[in-house]
Design a binder for this molecule. Structure first.
Ligand code: LLP
Length: 385
């Protein structure tokens, strides 16, 4: 981990802040681009994972497209210089003004998640005098075997149109004359570590695409979403996720002829290059004997532990102590769930020590809030140190 090696440089900086290892980000991008290139796959970056300008500029250098989930994310991507033809836009609830903007930009596809949305995009495109490229985001009904807070592709989920509904309304959808239905999209969930789940996904996609084409649809691409997990337990063991394994699974199980195959990776691109650096404010012991370390970050900088019970590995990067102790690391917010982790083995920890909360580059800063009127955290980049 970068912070351990440069701890002395970090000591004097105002905490908390995100530290980004841009060299690791570049290595990760090189890996995803070269592995995808072996099969001609196209990769989009899911900007919701982290919309930091400095990181986006690096990601753009590697030629990735963007997956966005709101009008503002779309605007951010366009302003960061990503070509609209490489941008897809999903989301269950897009406002009319967001759809108008996407239509005007002529993006690669609006991934529509209901029949009603298809009708609205058709009407707004007609008003704008345009024909819009859209993809059908289909709910594949797959259990991705991940934290249920972050699965998205099970039958009862709010995401995507049910396959049955598409079949039922196929004629109505094909009749929308200001739409080109150019693709099929799905996304089964996030932080998926059991890669065989993607085999099931491919089998479903094969059936969905074949049946819809039989009904008269013609698709140029299949977009299978993101979801590749990272190693939160011991990030040092796997700083770059195994893109090659995922691509080879898809290559061996997806049969969609010569259609383009697209991926939308968020976490797997940026999680490991980011750490949240926080300073120990106080130590105390509860009446029950629990040793608390109170740090100057909180759920307002990194909400994942409080929101999903997610685990992030924590290390004391400045302590010189040989001895370790067990601590509960808590934040400053006025919420009982503002706990980063319990029973963490740390070198003996004192006021002023710096802790690194690792693998925090994805869904960290992008989910930060100003609860308790906390300031938003800053960012420090390894290539600017
Ligand atoms: N495509 C779509 C349509 C998505 O909904 C998502 C993530 C992605 C791609 C990127 O998925 P990834 O490669 O990052 O797994 N805040 C949660 C994760 C929410 C993911 C939402 N959708 C967390 O911190 O774990």
């Amino acid at each position: 981990m970068l912070s351990r090696h440069i701890a002395s440089k970090l000591r004097g900086l105002e905490t908390p802040f995100y530290l980004y290892d841009t060299a690791l980000l570049r290595q990760t991008l090189e890996s995803v681009v070269s592995e995808a290139g072996k099969f001609g796959y196209k990769v989009h970056y899911a900007i919701k994972a982290n919309y930091d300008d400095h990181l986006l500029a690096i990601i753009r250098e590697y030629g990735l497209g963007i997956d966005c989930a709101s009008g503002n994310e779309l605007r951010k991507a366009v302003e960061a210089g990503f070509a609209p033809e490489g941008i897809v836009y999903a989301g269950v609830g897009k406002r009319d003004k967001e759809l108008r903007y996407a239509i005007e930009q002529g993006i690669m596809a609006i991934n529509c998640e209901s029949i009603e949305e298809l009708e609205v995009v058709n009407a707004l495109s007609s008003e704008a005098g345009r024909t819009t490229d859209v993809a059908l985001r289909i709910n594949p009904d797959i259990d991705p075997r991940t934290n249920h807070c972050i699965d998205t592709g099970q039958a009862d989920s709010k995401f995507g149109i049910s396959y049955e509904e598409v079949l039922e309304h196929a004629e109505r959808i094909k009749a929308l004359d200001h739409l080109n239905i150019v693709g099929v999209h799905l996304h089964i969930g996030s932080q998926i570590r059991e890669l065989h789940v993607f085999e099931n996904m491919c089998r479903k996609v094969n059936v969905i695409v074949a049946n819809l084409e039989r009904l008269g649809f013609t698709f140029r691409f299949v977009d299978v979403g993101g979801g590749l997990g990272v190693n939160y337990d011991v990030p040092e063991n796997e700083p770059i996720p195994n893109f090659a394994s995922l691509f080879s699974i898809v290559h061996n199980h997806l049969y969609v002829g010569d259609k383009e195959v697209h991926f939308e990776f968020g976490r797997s691109i940026v999680a490991e290059c980011g750490e949240l650096i926080t300073r120990v404010l106080f130590n105390k012991t509860t009446a029950t004997g629990r040793k608390l370390v109170i740090v100057d970050a909180s759920m307002t900088e990194l909400i994942r532990p409080a929101l999903y019970g997610s685990y992030h590995n924590i290390e004391n990067i400045t302590s010189e102590e040989e001895a370790f102790d067990k601590y509960t690391v808590v934040g400053t917010a006025c919420e009982s769930t503002d706990v980063f982790d319990e029973n963490v083995g740390l070198r003996k920890t004192r006021r002023g020590d710096l802790l690194s909360i690792k693998s925090a580059g994805a869904y960290g800063m992008s989910m930060a809030s100003r609860y308790n009127l906390h300031d938003l955290p800053g960012a420090v980049y390894s290539d600017e140190l």
